[in-house]
Ligand binder design. Structure first.
Ligand code: UDP
Length: 476
């Protein structure tokens, strides 16, 4: 009889930026590495964009976990995710305990590291898939070994945070948890739990972050402070595949534009700008005289992650054209620009032949989607680890230019958009060449036999071996 396949379970926290790479990981495990995958999707509500993704994923067994939890509407998005995740713990335990046979492994994201203990208790392997840069992962991995004084110097005196073997994190690039007093609350706990994993998968590849990956893989053989080595598997770039026959007004509009002539503007699933900033951005785009597609959301003056839980879920009953844009803007730019309310098919837009640049909030998925399509970036980080990402993309990898902190003026937007888009700009040309070379290296890494492909094959083999050993033990 044909032997049944090894099953792995994946646990994904709320947010489409987590769901997209987890779905892609599950697909690869099923299609390339001969496993079965069950994806536990924790959600308090599911947006239209998320439902659409889940419906298409027939090869993966999807199990929604819907905990009952009352969220404090004023809490930040991290606290909301934490509350939903912790309420889902009994649901996960019950589902896993009832599974026949028990999956060989549980793979969680950075908000699910508490579930590693459940996996181990039930006799499964526990992996973490970090959907962030390896640089951010290195910060989390080395954090428990860092001197308390050094961390306090970073948080309170704004000294750079030195990560062994990696670039230091200057305070102006720090992650948003370090801008608050209670960095221990989420970050400290998550960082310690990472050390209990049987392995950590990272959405990166050798050529993108060579120095950091070297530092991280060396932790395997070293014992830093109290942290035991954990194998690191660079398995990226894992990005959303394009839907071939997607019908969309934006794509039709792009079809009518010349090759590499359009800048795409979007701040991810959660990013929002103040009204004053939206007006400057509009002016900057108009002054740049470039073609543009802008996924636009109503202003939120107090929170740069204003739509984290709601984007892709909107009913669309907004006033159109939006009254918060400069007077006459829509009319003046109608030949060259397209405004897309709330949500757009980003993966398809970025892969369109007419797109040359991306003005992005540098969420890690957006950054990778830009690179795998060879699209140069204007980086405009807002929250979470986005400033680290922007610093890395512009200062180390050299695939974009960054806007300054605070209110970004129309003149600056105009000049940075031009730098990325204009034929005659020497620096812009070099940036575009680098991102195209990196695109090719990402393709090689993820293709059969490439470094990332082989890394994921190792994880799959670990799961297979573990299942066989467990079966033998139970039979004995
Ligand atoms: N996305 C999209 N359409 C939008 C905005 C975002 O399809 O209008 C997708 C985008 O392609 C990416 C994900 O949502 O895969 C956002 O993830 P990212 O890590 O870039 O940012 P986050 O939203 O988590 O901050």
């Amino acid at each position: 009889a044909q032997e049944s396949k090894t099953n792995v379970a994946l646990l994904v926290s709320p947010g489409i930026g987590h769901l997209i790479p987890f779905l892609e990981l599950a697909h690869r495990l099923v299609h390339y590495h001969n496993l079965q995958a069950t994806l536990f999707v924790v959600c308090s509500s599911t947006s239209a964009a998320e439902s659409h993704l889940l419906q298409k994923s027939s090869a993966v067994n999807i199990v929604p976990l819907r905990p009952t939890v009352s969220l404090d509407p004023n809490a930040n998005f991290i606290d909301k995710i934490k509350a939903i995740m912790s309420a889902s713990s009994p649901l996960l335990r019950r589902s896993l305990s009832a599974a026949q046979p028990l999956p060989a492994a549980l793979i969680v994201d950075l908000f699910g590291t508490w579930a590693l203990a459940i996996a181990h208790e039930l006799g499964m392997l526990g992996f973490v898939f970090m959907t962030t840069s390896a640089w951010f992962l290195s910060l989390a991995m080395f954090f428990p070994t860092m001197d308390k004084q050094m961390i306090d110097d970073h948080v309170y005196s704004h000294e750079p945070l030195r990560i062994p073997g990696c670039s230091p994190v200057r305070f102006e690039n720090t992650v948003s948890v370090f801008e608050e007093d209670d960095y221990e609350g989420f970050f400290g706990i998550m960082a310690r739990e990472l050390g209990t994993a049987d392995g950590i998968l990272s959405n990166t590849w050798q050529d993108l972050e060579p120095t950091t990956i070297k530092a991280l893989t060396e932790i395997e053989t070293l014992t830093y402070g109290k942290v035991k080595g954990v194998p690191i598997y660079p398995i990226g770039p894992l990005t959303k595949c394009c839907e071939p026959n997607l019908e969309s007004e934006v794509l039709k509009w792009l079809d009518r534009q010349p090759d590499e002539s359009v800048i795409y503007v979007s701040f991810g699933s959660g990013g929002t700008l103040s009204e004053e900033q939206i007006k400057e951005l509009a002016w900057g785009l108009e002054l740049s005289q470039q073609r543009f597609v802008w996924v636009i959301r109503p202003p939120v003056d107090t929170d740069s992650s204003g739509t984290f839980f709601t984007a892709g879920n909107e009913s669309g009953d907004h006033k159109w054209p939006p009254e918060y844009l400069p007077e006459g803007f829509v009319n003046r730019t109608k030949e060259v620009g397209l405004l897309v309310p709330i949500w757009g098919p980003q993966a398809e837009i970025l892969s369109h032949r007419s797109v040359r640049g991306f003005l992005t909030h540098t969420g890690w998925n957006s950054s990778l989607e830009s690179i795998v399509n060879g699209v140069a970036m204007v980086t405009w980080p807002l929250y979470a680890a986005q400033k680290m990402n922007a610093a890395e993309l512009t200062e180390e990898v050299g695939v974009g230019v960054r806007v300054s902190e605070g209110l970004v003026s129309r003149e600056e937007i105009e000049s940075k958009v031009r730098k990325i888009m204009a034929e005659e700009d020497e620096e812009g040309r070099e940036i575009r060449e680098r991102v195209k070379a990196l695109k090719r290296s990402g393709e090689r890494a993820a293709a059969k036999g490439g470094s990332s492909y082989n890394s994921l094959a190792e994880v799959a083999a670990e799961c297979d071996i573990f299942r066989r050993q467990t079966q033998l033990r139970r039979a004995a």
